[in-house]
Design a protein around this ligand. Structure first.
Ligand code: ADP
Length: 372
């Protein structure tokens, strides 16, 4: 009875009309169960369902029958359906709610139930409004993060450029005043720190927007690990970084992004072990993947925090005196997962922490000299 999704009343009327006439012979009462309307509604054809109810009402004037329609409540339960639902109820002479609301023993009992339903509806509305407000707030936060990190990057880049010029001038032209050179080098490390923080914020906003891009190419893990360790070693005088193991394996991925993960984990290892003097970075080759370990001997992480530290902006309360934004590990895990790898933590409070990272090996790497 639907042609191109449009209900055809004439053939339907002819079919049903004849049946009603047959069934009502000898003045027998005819009752019809109208299932089609509910089926149309379930298929999101709400206007057609209402239209069909209107047809039934016209035929009621012509033929002797009673029509009963049943609608599953879950198909009516969207707030956007409210207007159609009212219209649907208006097209019926009687509306009976679901069974649990039809067995009242007194008017008082039914009024109490209505009051309870009103309270439940009101509380659902409030909850929905709160959820929408929270969604809007989260959206505004993401937009702000994206805009602020983008806007802050530009002046920082030019500051870095000018600082390099002044440093060069001071050493070559001005003869190199020690105090000025020291101040300039402090400025440089603070600008670098700020660049990292803003870079992290920018990464998070891109990850949320799904616009972070990766440049994939096969690269050697050993060289990358060596470079990362050297880079971080140059920034610390308190810790000695020990590099253990060799894997002679390649990974197919974004080298800079994997370097970012290793540097982040090494920096954390130093930052969260202020009373220790060493960090171990270990590399292992396994069948199909490489396994990287970054171990420190610092404050450790209690078990109840271990799965949460990878969430955005999560910081363990005891470490809040140490500066940080709480997004480094979130970024690390996103990057590792993008490479079909895994990143997890093993830790015991006061004994230290080991971060484990595994990455799939590239299929086209050169064979390992000693074999597997
Ligand atoms: P940030 O260091 O900026 O706070 P991260 O996302 O890198 O952000 O880390 C989240 C939290 O996990 C840190 O605030 C800290 O509480 C905890 N954490 C990370 N690395 C270590 C570690 N090596 N030892 C102890 N706690 C750590």
């Amino acid at each position: 009875m639907l042609v191109d999704g449009v209900f055809q009343s004439e053939p339907f009327l002819e079919l049903i009309g004849n049946k009603i006439v047959d069934a009502s012979k000898d003045h027998r009462p005819v009752r019809i169960f109208g299932e089609l309307v509910a089926l149309l509604w379930a298929e999101e054809k709400r206007r057609e369902a209402i239209q069909l109810e209107a047809y039934w009402n016209t035929w009621l004037k012509k033929y002797p029958f009673q029509l009963m329609c049943a609608y599953p409540l879950h198909d009516l339960s969207r707030q956007a359906y409210e207007r159609d639902f009212v219209e649907l109820c208006q097209s019926h002479t009687h509306v009976i709610p679901t069974e649990s609301y039809t067995a009242f023993t007194s008017e008082d009992a039914s009024l109490r139930t209505v009051a309870l339903l009103q309270q439940q509806t009101a509380s659902l509305r409030v909850e929905q409004e709160e959820r929408l407000a929270a969604q809007r707030l989260a959206q505004a936060k993401d937009q702000f993060l994206s805009m602020a990190s983008h806007e802050l990057k530009t002046p920082l880049t030019s500051l870095q450029g000018f600082l390099a010029l002044v440093q060069k001038y001071e050493t070559t032209q001005a003869g190199g005043n020690d105090t000025i050179l020291r101040c300039l080098s402090l400025m440089k490390s603070q600008i670098e720190r700020m660049t990292r923080l803003i870079g992290d914020l920018f990464d998070v906003s891109q990850m949320q927007a799904g616009t972070l891009t990766y440049q994939h190419a096969p690269f050697a893990i050993d060289a990358l690990v060596q470079e990362s360790v050297e880079t971080v070693q140059a920034t610390t005088s308190t810790h000695l970084l020990h590099l253990e193991g060799l894997c002679a394996a390649h990974v197919n991925g974004d080298r800079d992004r994997i370097e970012q993960v290793i540097i982040n984990l090494l920096n954390n290892a130093i930052k969260y072990s202020p009373n220790a003097d060493r960090v171990i970075m270990r590399v292992e080759r396994n069948i199909g993947f490489v396994h990287l370990y970054i171990q420190d001997f610092g404050m450790g992480i209690a078990p109840e925090h271990q799965h949460k530290i990878f969430e955005q902006f999560y910081r363990v309360k005891q470490t809040q005196k140490i500066s940080g934004l709480g997004i480094g590990l979130f970024i690390c895990r996103e990057i590792v997962q993008h490479h079909q790898g895994q990143l997890w933590v093993e830790s015991a409070p006061d004994y230290g922490t080991t971060f484990h990272m595994i990455l799939p090996r590239s299929a086209d790497e050169t064979p390992f000299p000693e074999g597997e």
